[in-house]
Design a protein. Sequence first.
Length: 210
Amino acid sequence: MAFVLDLVNNASAVMRDHRKSIAFIVTAIVLMIVFLTLLRYGIEKNPAVVSQTVQITQKYGLLGGFAIAAIGSLWFLPTPYEIVIAPILKFYQPQFLAVLVIALGAFTADIFNFYSGRKIGEKLVRKRIEPATIKRIEKFLDKYGVLTLVVFGFIAPVTSYDIVSFVMGGFSRMPARIFFPVTFVARILHFIMVLFISNGLLAAAGINLG
């Protein structure tokens, strides 16, 4: 419970100082609604698009998914790329291989995020966030470092884990030997959650992909 309260308090403080966090979430929601609407319309107009998507996914899914996750997970390009990744996770067989490869792509970006955070993270963030908020973030990360990574792995579809890995590199004392394995597991959880959420959204929108 203490972790949840601290997380909410720190997230609220960061959002007050950094409006882009709110814009990111709003953009993700809007894009999701538009995507589902267009998807349903496209399937109704051309049902064969599903089988065509499956074929393309099976042929190019792993390479494409790795590249999209690697580029989309860079801290300076935080985009809701899960919308593009979701069909690969759903259609590629075996699914666990798609999850692992896409997680590896995102993890590759997290390595860059972590080390660039070590170099420029603190200096860059201090220019954008109030000193009092920074002190709260540092205290929070020192206290809940590993737990923060795991939790954000679950809720990453509605946040930006990329920024977390960048900030963790800049403000946390967590060594790389701990950050890397925990982050890879968190990324796997991330994409498993994306798969479950996408299935739920498709069902809620009345879209049957077979």
